[in-house]
Design a binder for this molecule. Structure first.
Ligand code: SF4
Ligand code: FES
Length: 378
């Protein structure tokens, strides 16, 4: 820490490259902004290649190719190869429904290091309803087989909520069957699309308790075979998570159109202005951009964070959640029991988890609600 309370910012650990917002799936908790970028506004190949080089020069160690669905970009192999050439560990975050075996081979040949594959549920009916994409499960299972056959390490991304949480034991079993090394079990975080769908997604407290016990039991049983990461839902927490490892401390995110964000959901905070890689270098933005500086370190904190012993552990929690609930991105995260808004957050969770709501507002370029959709079978 410096005397000013500002932490020295050396370099980001990872770049999240959101290559596109185009995606064949339509998950109602998507972390992309509600205002999606059209394909015509996406950065061209040359600009992405420069951004990848600049990320490595800045000291980043990893690059996560994400979206939307990053494999809709035909130039993905070129970007993976550039990441390899500049020494970045590359990870593909994908829904896995658009690739064939040849393309998996080309990505491996280009130097891809790791794959993260999402599953929306353990069985096809629920998975395809949640993702809004027919035949998804079959394609994902086939894709997982090609990834493992190519020798790439595989992580399953399992986003859980009220409508799939009772299938958590089967989801963990799926990860074992597919030969995944790791499963990231993440309760939905409520910003953007998920905020709109909160009443359809919020788990009950009983579901959460069962899920936590399931994870603890599986961790013990599967030691040495499968690593389970577990992100609990903020709405039932007493202290917030260290979101993004602290604002502007470890990660940067480049949007499809080139805006550089301290967090993938930062565009939900209205009033922040984000600099673009088309106008400034990544290093300049990381070090000096107003959007990074505003909530970096501890200087910006109000009470109770300012004098709290956890201020350099959780960095005041999540700015996007603070904004979504209080209208102030600079407020203490209401997930913290010391926030004056905490009781309001708990009341929202209890009301939403008991809501008789199953319909989703699907993530689309034009929003459409699907009605009369059955709950997945237990
Ligand atoms: Fe974290 Fe602020 Fe709560 Fe302390 S008061 S635990 S720093 S969110
Ligand atoms: Fe944006 Fe937490 S999701 S800071």
């Amino acid at each position: 820490m410096s005397e000013t309370g500002r932490n020295p910012i050396d370099f980001p650990m990872a770049l999240l490259a959101e290559l596109t917002h185009r995606c064949p799936l339509q998950c109602p908790y998507c972390s992309n902004p509600v205002e999606l970028e059209q394909a015509g506004r996406e950065l061209d190949t040359g600009t992405w290649l420069r951004v990848i080089e600049e990320a490595a020069e800045l000291g980043a160690l990893q690059i996560h190719f994400s979206g939307g669905e990053p494999t809709v970009r035909k130039d993905l192999e070129e970007m993976v190869a550039r990441a390899r050439d500049v020494g970045l560990y590359s990870n593909l975050i994908t829904a896995g429904v658009l690739l064939d075996e040849d393309r998996v081979g080309r990505l491996v040949d280009s130097g891809l290091d790791h794959v993260q594959l999402s599953f929306q549920d353990s069985e096809a009916t629920g998975a395809e309803r949640i993702g809004g994409y027919p035949d998804a499960q079959k394609k994902k299972l086939r894709f997982a087989g090609w990834v493992r056959a190519a020798g790439l390490p595989l992580t399953l991304n399992l986003v859980v909520h009220r409508q799939n949480l009772d299938h958590l034991p089967q989801l963990i079993e799926l990860a074992v069957e597919l030969g995944a090394q790791r499963a990231e079990i993440a309760h939905v975080q409520y910003y953007g699309w998920a905020f709109r769908n909160r009443a359809a997604l919020m788990p009950t407290r009983e579901q959460l308790e069962r899920a936590t016990a399931t994870v603890e039991e599986a961790r013990e049983r599967l030691k040495g075979r499968l690593v389970l990461d577990y992100v609990v839902p903020d709405y039932y927490a007493r202290r917030p998570k260290s979101c993004m490892g602290g604002w502007g401390r470890r990660f940067l995110n480049v949007s499809p159109a080139g805006k550089v964000l301290p967090c993938h959901a930062a565009e939900t905070i209205t009033g922040l202005r984000f600099d673009s890689v088309t106008e400034r270098s990544l290093a300049d933005i990381w070090q000096h951009s107003e959007a990074f500086e505003i909530y970096r370190g501890t200087d910006w904190m109000p009470e109770p964070c300012r004098s709290c012993e956890r201020r350099e552990i959780d960095w005041g929690g999540c700015r996007c959640q603070a904004f979504a609930i209080t209208g102030e991105a600079g407020a203490t995260d209401p997930a913290c029991a010391l926030s004056p808004f905490h009781d309001q957050l708990v009341a929202l969770a209890e009301a939403d988890s008991g809501a008789d709501c199953r319909d989703f507002v699907y993530r689309r370029f034009a929003n459409v609600v699907r009605r009369n959709t059955p709950m997945p079978a237990k």
